[in-house]
Each structure stands twice: as C-alpha cells, then as structure tokens.
Design a protein around this ligand. Structure first.
Ligand code: SAH
Ligand code: SF4
Length: 353
C-alpha cells in the first residue's frame, strides 16, 4: 500500500530488492546489500548505506519512504514506559510504546490504524472513527523507530495493542507479520507476537487460517452480550458465544492459548458475579485472563473501580482456578492509555488554531 504516492523500503525481501536494483540499471547484488542494511543492521536511511554508490542512494530515497515516519514527541512515565508519537508521511499520527519488563525484557506496543472503526465507548482511539489503515511498511517503521529509540535494540515481545483494530486491516497487518517473522528478514518468533482484537470474528477466522503460532488476545470486557453492548457499538460487535467458539478454533489451529482481555469499568463489569462468570468461561475455553484497570481518558462516562474492587475481582478469578494477570497503568502522568497521546496532541493543535 502506498502512502503519499510512495511505497515503503522496509519489508521488501532481498529478492525483490535485487529485482529492483537490476530494473534500475544496477548490479543485482546491490539489492542484497540493501536487505543486509535493513534486516541485519536496522538501517533504512539510504544515506547511511555507506557501501552503496551515491546515485543508488539518491534513487532509493526518491523511490521509497525510507523512512516515511518520524518521531514527533515522546512521553515517559515513572515505570520506564516510553510512548512515542509518530508522524506519518501524510501528516497523520499514531503511537507506539516501549515497555520495559523484568529480566531486562523489552516489549513494543504497536498501532495498526489511524483511529479505529470499532469505536468502543471507553477508548480514546476510536472516538473519531477510522481515518485510515496503516500500510505494512508503516507498521514495520513503528517497529524500527522503536528499535532506534531503544538504542538499536530489538524487542523481546511485540503486542498489537496500540491504536486500531488490526484484524480490520488484515492484509497489511499480515504482510507486516510475515516480514517480522521471516528468517531472512526480521526473524522474530511468532510466539513472541500478540495480536489483540475487539472480537472481530471474520478477522479472527482469517488469522487462524494463517496457521502460525502468533498469540491472540481478545478484548472481551464482559461475559454477557447485554453488558458488552454497552461498551462496543453494534455494527462491529459479535456475540460472546461465537467469539469464544472462535477462540477454541484458534487454540486448535495455532496451538496457542488465547488471552481474554477485560477492561475493568466501575459499576459496569466489576461485580463479583462478573468475575465468577469470567473465570468459568476462561476455564471452559482454556484461556488466560488479562485484567486492565480502566484508564480515564477524560470527559467520559466511565471510571476505574476502586483498588479493593479490582483486587477482589482478581482474587475471585484466581480462587476459581483460572490464570489471571492484572495491568494497572498509571495513565495520568504518561497519557498511557490507548490513543491518548495522539488525542492530546490533536486537541492541543485545535486550541492553538
Ligand atoms: N483494537 C484492539 C487492540 C487495541 S486496544 C482491541 O480492542 O483489542 C488494546 C486494549 O486496550 C484493548 O483491550 C482495549 O480495551 C484497551 N483499552 C482501550 N482504552 C482503554 C482505556 N482507556 N483504559 C484501559 N484499557 C483501554
Ligand atoms: Fe478500537 Fe480497540 Fe479502541 Fe475498541 S478498544 S475502539 S477496538 S482500538
């Protein structure tokens, strides 16, 4: 997919680059050199590809975005999480997050769309709907800019939990995943990559058909359809039962245990009976539960449950024998929640006008 009239250099295979080189009147081995810069050295800026002739570097820069994306801003929170605001070639913005973990681990959280068409009522990313899909090259540039920000270090894990519903941008996401896991390109293990979905069923089916060992996380948020309907608007919401049946299929096809994400919202899905039902569903479908304490995005109708309610919710699930983890982001200081940094910037810009 082209953006602002150009393709992206990142993502091309060595073979494609060799063909491009010969088509541009250069020796084929130049394509292999370019691939080496990208996939061995994390370099895509042609001016840094020192062993290429100057004319070829100029031609690369003219032909491709290399890169098309730039870091426009960064926020840091006390726990070491860094959030980058990325400006795309056409001026749109998305976010990517670098999350340090125990044992010196590093996780990147990537976006897949500008905005989001699902428009979950509690989520800042979907507030204005979808602006456009990201190109595979833009998803890969997020990854690369994260590597550069981390001091040329590659992440241990990748999660697609930034802005957008990746399974509604299936082809570009699949192409990016292919480049990330191809041993000849970035060579990452699919077991270290997690795609999060709001439960978009047709996309989940296609994702299973890839037959790869990617992890799938499903944003369930409710164990019954009536509660879920308060959070996710109609057109893109599917029944809980069908989503869980698809989770079973995914486990069978990919051999990976699915994670059920559950954003805790005060007075909506935080009762002890909700925890009991959720634990039962998780056990029945051999899934793990990831509780996320709601991050207030400002001006909304939702709030985070009190700490004791959250802890009790987690305890009920653990006592019922289901696998559960809890994520509490300290959102206020770092604009940590999904889509918040991008929103803050746009609102700032609007105020300047
Ligand atoms: N569209 C995909 C992936 C991006 S959202 C999905 O919905 O799964 C990633 C996760 O962030 C989802 O589980 C979503 O529910 C959660 N999220 C969004 N806004 C949030 C907020 N304000 N506080 C806490 N979690 C939020
Ligand atoms: Fe989109 Fe996910 Fe936000 Fe829902 S939670 S609006 S699916 S990004």
């Amino acid at each position: 997919m082209k953006v602002a009239g150009k393709n992206f250099l990142i993502g091309h295979t060595a073979l494609e680059l060799r063909e491009w080189a010969t088509g541009s009147g250069e020796a084929a081995f130049r394509g292999g050199q370019i691939a080496g810069w990208i996939y061995r050295n994390n370099v895509i800026a042609p001016e840094e590809m020192k062993n290429l002739p100057g004319a070829l570097r100029t031609k690369l820069a003219e032909t491709f975005h290399a890169p098309g994306t730039a870091v426009a801003d960064e926020t840091r929170s006390g726990d070491g999480t860094r959030k980058l605001l990325l400006r795309l070639a056409d001026g749109e913005t998305v976010e990517m997050v670098l999350i340090p973990g125990g044992d010196d681990r590093l996780t990147f959280c990537l976006s897949t769309q500008v905005g989001c068409p699902v428009r979950c009522r509690f989520c800042a990313s979907g507030r204005d709907g979808l602006i456009r899909n990201l190109a595979a090259g833009e998803i890969l540039e997020e990854y690369l800019l994260g590597i550069h920000a981390a001091g040329n270090r590659r992440p241990d894990n990748l999660v697609f939990m930034g802005i957008g519903e990746g399974l509604l941008n299936f082809d570009e996401l699949a192409a990016a995943l292919e480049a990330l896991t191809d041993p000849e390109r970035f060579g990452m293990s699919p077991r270290r990559i997690t795609v999060s979905t709001s439960g978009y069923l047709p996309g989940m089916r296609r994702f299973a058909e890839l037959g790869r060992e990617y992890n799938l996380a499903i944003s369930l948020h409710a164990s019954d359809d009536a509660t879920r309907a308060r959070l996710i608007p109609d057109p893109l919401r599917y029944p809980v039962e069908e989503i869980l049946a698809e989770a079973d299929h995914y486990l069978e096809r990919a051999g990976r245990m699915v994670t059920l994400e559950y954003t805790l919202l005060r007075g909506i899905n935080d009762r002890p009976s909700d925890a009991e039902r959720l634990a039962r569903l998780a056990r029945l479908h051999h899934a793990k539960i990831n509780l996320i304490a709601y991050n207030e995005t400002g001006g909304g109708e939702f709030s985070r449950p009190p700490r004791n309610v959250i802890e009790n919710f987690e305890k009920i699930i653990a006592d019922a024998g289901a696998h559960v983890t809890l994520r509490v982001e300290r959102g206020g200081e770092s604009a940590a929640a999904c889509g918040q940094l991008r929103r803050m910037h746009r609102e700032g810009k609007e105020k300047e006008k």
